[in-house]
Ligand binder design. Sequence first.
Ligand SMILES: *Cc1c(COP(=O)(O)O)cnc(C)c1O
Length: 230
Amino acid sequence: MLNLLRDRHAEVEARLSAACARAGRSRGDVTLVAVTKTVSVDVAALLPELGLLHLGENRPQELWRKAAALPASIHWHLIGHLQRNKIERTLPVARMIHSVDSERLLQALEQEAAKQQRHVDVLFEVNAGGEASKHGFAPAEVAGLTAAVRALRNVRVHGLMTMAPLQPPEECRPVFAALWRLRDELRRELGPPHDLPHLSMGMSNDFEVAVEEGATMVRLGSVLFEGLTP
Ligand SMILES: *Cc1c(COP(=O)(O)O)cnc(C)c1O
């Protein structure tokens, strides 16, 4: 199992490095978040040996479960919808929440973070592809978030996240380019210290195009884990 994972990881690394090179970017500018939602705790526990320390889960309960079983050196990313009743248990374990998709959730996070006397790092999820089935702010809503962001004390907004529709990767490029522009607009509106350095975009189907369009975090599941027995 470890050898298979090592081979998959090496292949992904080669593709990531090539995409960075094409875009004149450094490989160090892109964090690989390994999405472990389809694999067991035992498989996830092998990843730190490969140097994979950023792991992602889309369901809060599964994130809690794996985080409790794995070493504290792992940085956990919540990449799926967060219900407000799950905030309390998620804050202590999630290094970044990529999926803030409403102002209500943002306010609830702020309140709970203040109560727990923590800071929490988040991204706004944007439904940049405009699919009805997806969570996230509509692109036109993002500029309206500036007042809410400025009022935050315990939540820090670091950028935007999106999921492109499942389609040929080249057709995802405009979605990623749109997220980049949206981030720039929000940054301009907000001004310092809100530099919004992060764009979480790119999945197994489309990560190379996402890197070419400025992704700083790619969230990869199937390209690493497909076909592995959980
Ligand atoms: C599952 C998931 C991924 C990884 O998807 P793959 O296509 O398997 O790489 C990325 N982001 C989110 C939000 C997911 O739910």
